[in-house]
Design a protein around this ligand. Sequence first.
Ligand code: XLS
Ligand code: NI
Ligand code: NI
Length: 437
Amino acid sequence: MSTGFFGDIGKIPFEGPDSSNPLAFRHYDPDEMVMGKRLEDHLRFAVCYWHNFVWPGTDPFGGETFQRPWFPADTMDLARQKADVAFEMFAALGVPYFCFHDFDVRPDQDSYADNHRDLMAICDYFEGKMSETGVKLLWGTANLTGNRRFAAGAATNPDPEIFAYAAALVKSCLEATHRLDGENYVLWGGREGYETLLNTNLAQEDAQMGRFLNMVVEHKHKIGFKGQIMVEPKPQEPSKHQYDYDVATVYGFLKRHGLEDEVTVNIEQGHAILAGHTFEHEIAMATALGIFGSIDMNRNDYQSGWDTDQFPNSVPEVALAYYHILQDGGFKSGGTNFDAKLRRQSIEPDDLLIAHIGGMDVCARALKAAAAMIEDGTLPQFVADRYAGWNDPEAVAMLNGERSLEEIAAKVMATDAQPKPVSGRQEYLENVVNRFV
Ligand code: XLS
Ligand code: NI
Ligand code: NI
């Protein structure tokens, strides 16, 4: 039954690259086979609840621009109306997944008990919607940033009562995610950081955050949740400095707290940029460290310097991201979540559809380009050849600890060989990439 919000829409069709219909896919055909797998199963698209159905178009200087009929969704009736529209959009786009925060889907009240009850009631409603549409939950998460009680952090709050409150919210939301057969659970620590070191005890906050995440993992095992627990790195915003700065920093944190085999990362394009990295750097680092989980797809404005969460539109950039994901064997339980939002002037309901269609087409083109790069083989072969010297038995012995600094120096002295540098061929490799994008 149509909500009427988008007018008279059915399922968005695939019309191929020559179509000029803004409400059709030109590159995303879910059934297209790429490297022996359907495109839908490679990309595992998800649409996020928060930017599409919760954020009203406010910015620091202006109020709501979107004026959706369910705003402000502070009653259960409006929460259900919002869900009706959300699932109508998921189904029209044909995405297999969605993602949500507890705060996105139920009214927000002061009482923990009321919030928990309403979240469970919305889960009942979602169960019906999910079985009607076949849309599944990629991940759930708790909003531990919005309410004023979290101004000084959730897990890293100086007040143990607030730590406890946050723990209770995560328990409720992890259980909701589990009930809905969610495939992962994400923690993004927007307020786990500081505004000034003058009031902050770094060692104490690190201990709190380590214990908090360990409790989440313990509870996951206790309730039999099989999905991945993921941390989403971001260096700053809203805090001046956030502890989950980037993938490498999160890995150090996980190691320190014995969680490196339990927790993976959800990497967002815009957050990588804020950390001074590229998206593919963060993905490649996570695959190298064995903690790659999932991606939040968006892009930042390269001039503005904040997390603008725009929809992706650069095939070459996104292709390099999927290149590293495919080289790692593709997503396991993760996927491509559009953590992206409209510009605040894009006020028409169908702007929501057009934005996702464009983003999905960019990802489809990019994944196909990445697959072609791998199938062509030039790039992976170049890297393999570049390190081939390490297959030599003497090199193997150096690497696995069978040679000391003294032994190596003695050998260099005896042979007096002059190693010759080899070209890194960066421009050649960039030209190879350009054959595919
Ligand atoms: C904010 C984050 C947030 C997480 C989910 O910058 O991207 O949207 O993905 O809490
Ligand atoms: Ni995100
Ligand atoms: Ni973000």
